[in-house]
Design a protein around this ligand. Structure first.
Ligand SMILES: *[C@@H]1O[C@H](CO)[C@@H](O)[C@H](O)[C@H]1NC(C)=O
Ligand SMILES: *[C@@H]1O[C@H](CO)[C@@H](O)[C@H](O)[C@H]1NC(C)=O
Ligand SMILES: *[C@@H]1O[C@H](CO)[C@@H](O)[C@H](O)[C@H]1NC(C)=O
Ligand SMILES: *[C@@H]1O[C@H](CO)[C@@H](O)[C@H](O)[C@H]1NC(C)=O
Ligand SMILES: *[C@@H]1O[C@H](CO)[C@@H](O)[C@H](O)[C@H]1NC(C)=O
Ligand SMILES: *[C@@H]1O[C@H](CO)[C@@H](O)[C@H](O)[C@H]1NC(C)=O
Ligand SMILES: *[C@@H]1O[C@H](CO)[C@@H](O)[C@H](O)[C@H]1NC(C)=O
Ligand SMILES: *[C@@H]1O[C@H](CO)[C@@H](O)[C@H](O)[C@H]1NC(C)=O
Ligand SMILES: [Cu+2]
Length: 567
């Protein structure tokens, strides 16, 4: 777009609605959302894509950049795009979750979003945030250090995005529709994928298996993203270790393991040293799932890591060691090792004193009774999920606009309690079935600008205890503590790590356990907080945090950009 014509347009609008004039040519990415045919697992089907690519295009920026993305919806569904982990200071307008910060972009419509990077550095990703369209609409975001700055580790020879996904043979729209109709767990996926490919262990797949060519003695930076819908995943490469150096767009103290773990929504930057004999090795990812009687996809996805060069003899690749599907100790052996650099160049800013807002959010799976027990959830119920016993329902207007314009819909929501409304043994082996019931509401929690906030996520064993990867939009938080059983507000804070806690945007709350996070509420706006296991999000394990404006101009939300999609 020409700056001058934009200016005329903005001037017109300015006189009408007092909207801030901006005339800047930020780098722009075009995202054409459309269906394209893809063949996997012996079957071709049409999937929703960006620009016909699967996974979608990678965005490359430097720390602190601003870009725009123009989204053309040429599909037949409503769509929105979320910039996962990008804090977008004061600009919730571009965050993306439908009916939270914007109305969806309807078929045939175009919408331009400004994406504001600030302190993120490393790997993040973007994905659709409307219904289940994120199953195929996702891609990587690579954030380099500022020009002239360097990594806090030796420059790798090459960098490779590794995106873990999940594939259904049927249309995901059908999977969602059927689950909502029957009230039961959605049909499990048919495969996991690495960069869109299931790999050699599935039928009809090996021709397209993702290959990573490496040279002996070189170091590679793998930018790993868990874009799977419903599964926490282990990942490993046979005969090679992985050294974690970053997670969720922030550096961590390096640690080396034979395998790594990522919750859906999390990213992990790892160094791979090509220090083995020339040959082919499998990279493989498998699920970590702990729900008793909760079905999950038990398959394993692979890619091939291939040394470039002449081999004296070909040896077929073998699978790496991956912990068993239910190995909680193995999962938290990795998830518990993340530490911030907390160095002069990469300091931490952790709220320590005067915690002004302490919230305890009980995160539960629930069950609604059904007429004549006709639903297909456990005992004829309909599955649901909640935070502090409110099962989130999306409003049919968008909350951000309702809040900003102070329309009556702002009152549609109800205030989330700061503590679980009923005290019980959250992690007991047997629960009173009456506790499984919940109620629906558009749960909203107001936070004062610049307040120091602590949220303790308390997992529960209602219906089925599971690990929950909780994701907050607009912020990264310090994970100051976690543990098994019930959170003890007197004892557990004494064990908090306030020295070098990891800064993340998604924390895996252990099954029948808890996790404590802290952040300063310095980004005004409406920010979604939800489980990143997609079915739990659909069932209502969500809340909208409204961080109110402060007094100074730079403590207030930016005015809405022109052309927000209407509801
Ligand atoms: C591959 O196909 C065979 C024969 O149809 C079937 O028995 C097997 O279960 C399939 N394997 C996978 C992983 O789908
Ligand atoms: C990857 O390598 C395997 C084994 O060498 C080969 O069968 C496959 O065609 C390759 N895939 C691509 C996309 O090149
Ligand atoms: C992997 O790490 C372990 C423990 O640090 C070490 O003993 C082993 O030699 C490493 N393996 C490789 C292939 O580097
Ligand atoms: C592989 O072997 C061929 C023939 O011996 C040689 O020409 C080629 O340079 C070798 N390639 C590498 C990468 O060593
Ligand atoms: C809560 O339940 C767990 C698991 O059954 C049990 O170990 C624990 O003792 C119970 N706690 C209390 C306070 O009753
Ligand atoms: C949640 O609320 C429902 C309905 O008000 C109630 O029946 C149920 O016992 C509550 N459960 C918990 C865990 O608070
Ligand atoms: C289903 O009913 C049985 C028997 O009343 C009970 O033991 C079980 O906990 C129920 N399951 C759920 C998920 O409500
Ligand atoms: C698409 O979005 C519009 C605007 O919010 C809404 O009225 C419509 O019902 C949505 N369509 C679907 C299929 O959800
Ligand atoms: Cu969950």
């Amino acid at each position: 777009m020409q700056c001058t014509s934009v200016l005329v347009f903005y001037l017109l609008a300015f006189s009408l609605s007092g909207i801030f004039i901006e005339c800047q040519d930020w780098p722009n990415y075009d995202f054409v959302v459309r269906e394209a045919a893809y063949r996997r697992l012996c079957k071709a089907k049409k999937i929703l894509t960006v620009n016909g690519e699967f996974p979608g295009p990678t965005i490359y920026v430097h720390r602190g950049d601003i870009i725009t993305v123009t989204i053309y919806n040429q599909g037949r569904d409503n769509i929105t795009i979320h910039w996962h982990g990008v804090k977008q200071p004061r600009n919730p307008w571009s965050d993306g979750p439908e009916y939270i910060t914007q109305c969806p972009i309807q078929p045939g419509k175009v919408h331009r979003q400004k994406v504001i990077f600030s302190t993120e550095e490393g790997t993040l990703w973007w994905h659709a945030h409307s219904d289940w369209s994120r199953a195929t609409v996702y891609g990587a975001i690579v954030i380099y250090p500022k020009l002239g700055a360097t990594y806090p580790f030796a420059q790798p020879y090459q960098e490779v995005p590794i995106i873990l996904g999940e594939w259904w043979k049927t249309d995901v729209r059908k999977v969602l529709k059927e689950a909502l109709l029957t009230g039961r767990n959605p049909t499990t996926s048919d495969a996991f994928t690495i960069n869109g490919q299931p790999g050699d262990l599935y039928n009809c797949s090996n021709r397209g298996t993702f290959n990573l060519s490496i040279e002996h003695d070189r170091t590679y930076l793998l930018r790993i993203i868990n874009a799977a819908m419903n599964h926490i995943l282990f990942i490993a490469i046979s005969s090679h270790n992985l050294t974690a150096i970053g997670a969720d767009g922030s550096y961590v103290k390096p640690f080396t393991k034979e395998y790594m773990v990522l919750g859906p929504g999390q990213t992990l930057d790892c160094l791979l040293h090509a220090n083995q004999e020339s040959g082919e090795y499998y990279m493989a990812a498998s699920p970590y799932s702990t729900g008793v009687h909760v079905e999950f996809d038990q398959s394993i996805t692979t890619a091939i890591v291939k040394y470039i060069g002449n081999y004296s003899k070909y040896i077929a690749p073998w699978l790496p060691y991956l912990p068993s599907f239910t190995d909680t100790a193995a999962a938290f052996d990795v998830l518990g090792q993340f530490r911030s650099l907390a160095s002069q160049d990469h300091p931490i800013f952790i709220p320590i004193n005067n915690m002004r807002t302490k919230l305890i959010f009980a995160i539960s799976i629930n069950a609604f009774p059904c007429l004549n027990n006709l639903c297909l959830g456990p005992n004829g119920t309909r599955l649901a999920a909640s935070i502090n016993n409110i099962s989130f329902i999306y409003p049919n207007v968008d909350l951000l606009q309702a809040y900003y314009y102070k329309t009556s819909e702002a009152l549609v929501g109800e205030i989330t309690p700061s503590d679980p409304p009923v005290l019980y043994n959250y992690t007991a082996e047997y629960q009173d079935l009456a506790l499984e019931l919940t109620r629906k509401g558009t749960s909203v929690k107001y936070l004062e600008y610049n307040s120091d906030v602590e949220i303790v996520f308390q997992g529960t064993s209602l219906v089925a205890g599971l690990d929950h990867p909780m994701h907050l939009h607009g912020y990264s938080f310090y994970v100051v503590g976690w543990g098994f059983g019930n959170f003890d507000k007197d004892k557990d804070p004494l064990t908090y790590n306030l020295v070098d806690p990891p800064l993340r945007n998604t924390v895996v709350v252990p099954k029948n356990g808890w996790a404590a996070v802290r952040f300063k509420a310095d980004n005004p706006g409406v920010w979604f907080l939800h489980c990143h296991i997609e079915r739990h999000q659909t069932w209502g394990m969500d809340v909208a945090l409204v961080v109110m404006d402060g007094n100074q101009d730079e403590a207030k939300m930016l005015p809405p950009p022109l052309g927000m999609p209407p509801c």
